[in-house]
Write a protein that binds this ligand. Structure first.
Ligand SMILES: N[C@@H](Cc1ccccc1)C(=O)O
Length: 486
């Protein structure tokens, strides 16, 4: 097909100096393009590409050529006498009546009559209809109305590409078959001396190798880990998905009546359903701070049940591990030392699944514990941490967590969405949480958390969080994401 089309083009050029518009050849446009590409490669022809825009009738424009413009049809209906807007709408349909009324008024074809409309002229020319009929018959639209009709969606723009062609330096009506390989026979016979070789195409893309690729979540996790290590953090052990309510909630001063603890938010484990493996004296202090306070707090002053703290859950946040680590830090041999810790792992929430929510996701969490840290340290730290990810100009909004005070939501401006989006949650851990652990009174700890999924989705242009899990979709996506370079 292509070679036939190429031959037709060459024969035509042999008889004529040039082809100003390839469309006049009456050949398939795609085949002409393919043939020209190969002829240009061989320098047999010279080609220039052009684009032409022309107005064509839209479905609405087509209707106007048959029934008249909305304004003319409205004016026509009023020939039998005045009508109200309601009546016009039921005769013409709401769309035609609305547009017709507007334009007929503008053209002064109709006038107000009581609470309705009447003809203002006894005869009007439907110029719109005759212009569109002329267009249908192949005449161009008068330039004065072209853009108006386009705005009214009576016409649409059709773009066509075409080429002009003239003879090239190696023009001939015979298409020589170019050799692609230098063979032993050519060398023996000496045919290589006169053979024409196909030039190498250095622009051709190679086949993507069928190699393994890392999942996008793993790649972004690696980026975060490197940032943490660069900033002197150590990784917390996160290999256990099941936690007691004690570490997941109570140690964090989350009241036992908190809604997050309810079945619709948290997955409780059935078997085994509970544990009693806790540091006794610490548990007693946690109980006391909930029930009656201490450390400058009045506590929650509500019932606290041992059976509730013993229940097992799929951890709802990695802050459960942070609490456990802070406790260990306070009670390690040699006492407390300033520390920076992080974790990146899976957490579970009993949520309705949709495009941006899953029942399990990954949390990126950091904790810094040191003497006399302030809110200024938290904000400054967030600026540095997020800047390392390429996220600048943060905004902070006061928020609430049972275990931090003050608490700050972190926002960043998303240029693509044109708005500020929440990228993390943070705060200074409360004394009610830190002091029962046995941390020195002047030690402060700041923490923050964010999901791993959101930055991954932004980076890889994934709009549905469900595409990050499962089987079939991810394989294609993982391979595609292998092409995205850091
Ligand atoms: N645990 C919080 C994140 C956080 C961690 C540490 C301090 C403050 C907030 C969350 O689930 O969103």
């Amino acid at each position: 097909m292509t070679s036939q089309v190429a031959q037709t083009i060459l024969d035509f050029l042999d008889q004529n100096a040039s082809i100003p518009d390839t469309r006049t050849l009456g050949l398939d446009a795609a085949a002409v393009r393919a043939a020209l590409t190969s002829l240009v490669d061989k320098q047999m022809v010279l080609m220039e590409s052009h684009a032409q825009e022309e107005a064509v009738l839209s479905a609405e424009g087509e209707e106007v050529t048959e029934k008249g413009s909305p304004e003319w049809r409205l004016w026509q209906v009023l020939a039998t006498g005045p009508q109200t807007a309601k009546q016009l709408q039921s005769t013409l349909g709401p769309d035609t009546a609305k547009v017709g009324q507007l334009n007929a008024f503008k053209k002064k074809w109709i006038k107000k009559d009581g609470d309705g409309f009447a003809q203002a002229l006894s005869d009007v020319p439907d110029q719109v209809r005759s212009d569109l009929q002329a267009l249908k018959n192949g005449q161009p639209l008068p330039s004065t109305v072209a853009s108006e009709y386009r705005k009214r969606k009576l016409t649409a723009i059709k773009r066509t590409a075409y080429q002009s062609v003239s003879k090239g330096p190696k023009f001939s009506t015979k298409i020589a078959k170019l050799e692609t390989d230098l063979t032993a026979e050519m060398l023996q016979s000496g045919a290589w001396k006169t053979a024409e070789f196909k030039p190498f195409n250095f622009d051709a893309e190679g086949m993507p190798p069928a190699a393994g690729a890392l999942h996008p979540l793993l790649k972004v996790r690696e980026e975060f880990r490197n940032i943490f290590f660069e900033m002197g953090f150590s990784e917390m052990p996160t290999n256990q998905f099941v936690e007691s309510c004690f570490w997941n909630f109570d140690a964090l001063f989350v009241p036992q009546q908190h809604p997050a603890r309810e079945l619709q938010d948290t997955f409780y484990v059935k078997d085994p359903a509970s544990t009693d493996d806790f540091p006794e004296d610490y548990l007693a202090k946690v109980r006391k701070v909930h029930e009656s306070g201490g450390y400058g707090s009045i506590g929650y002053r509500s019932p606290w049940k041992q059976s509730d703290t013993e229940r097992l859950v799929l951890r709802t946040h990695t802050t459960a591990i942070s609490a456990n680590m802070l406790y260990k830090l306070a009670n390690q041999p040699g006492g407390f030392k300033p520390t920076k810790l992080f974790s990146i792992d899976r957490v579970f929430r009993n949520e309705a699944v949709d495009a941006t929510h899953l029942a399990e996701f990954h949390q990126v969490e950091g904790v810094v514990a040191d003497y006399n840290l302030t809110l200024g340290d938290l904000i400054g730290f967030m600026d540095v941490f997020f800047a390392k990810m390429g996220v600048k100009n943060l905004r902070f909004k006061p928020a609430f967590n049972p275990y931090t005070e003050p608490s700050l939501e972190i926002f960043s401006y998303h240029a693509g969405l044109g708005k500020w989006v929440e990228i993390g949650n943070s705060g200074m851990f409360r004394p009610e949480m830190l002091e029962p652990m046995g941390l020195p009174k002047d030690v402060r700890a700041l923490g923050w958390g964010l999901s791993l999924e959101r930055p991954t989705m932004i980076k890889y242009g994934i709009s549905n969080i469900r595409d990050l899990v499962g089987h079939k979709v991810p394989i294609e996506m993982v391979e595609k994401s292998a092409a995205v370079r850091f």
